[in-house]
Design a protein around this ligand. Sequence first.
Ligand code: CU
Length: 177
Amino acid sequence: MHIDPLEKKWAYVILAMAGLFVLIIMIDAIFHSINPPSNVETINSTSLHLSEEFAEDNLGVQVDDKGNITVRIVAGRYGFYPKQITVPSGTPLTFRWASMDVIHGIHLPMTNMSTMIIPGYVAQLTTNFPKPGDYPLLCNEYCGMGHDHMWSSVKVVAKEHWAAPVKTASKGDSSHE
Ligand SMILES: [Cu+2]
């Protein structure tokens, strides 16, 4: 079988490119621990407001007794709730995402935060932002007419300037506890 030398040359170029991409993916996975999120956890997306974890009062940044920081955000057409969060730099953060309607995706440019948020599942990932700054949080999964407007922001402040949010009792609840 005859293969034109020029065609052969380009076939090698393409193979080398494919090999390079596989190599980059493997280096990221093995040395930088950049992997697809693997948390499988189900939730009833139609009643997030009634769920214990994703009820409105529970959203945003929370610190537990051991000092672990968890951020809970609900995605829904067309926004992220809460709209803005402030977290410390150089600290491990666990993000837990849930969708109230359709499939959304999140992408925080210049960080390793990227996952789909599928209705019925909790998307969880752990990250650590090395540098303070304002990061845009974008929906990267087409979710409807208002998709272009679906964005929010994450403010990362230096660890020493960050104050843990104070949990206030919800209204009408002050007489209990
Ligand atoms: Cu979207």
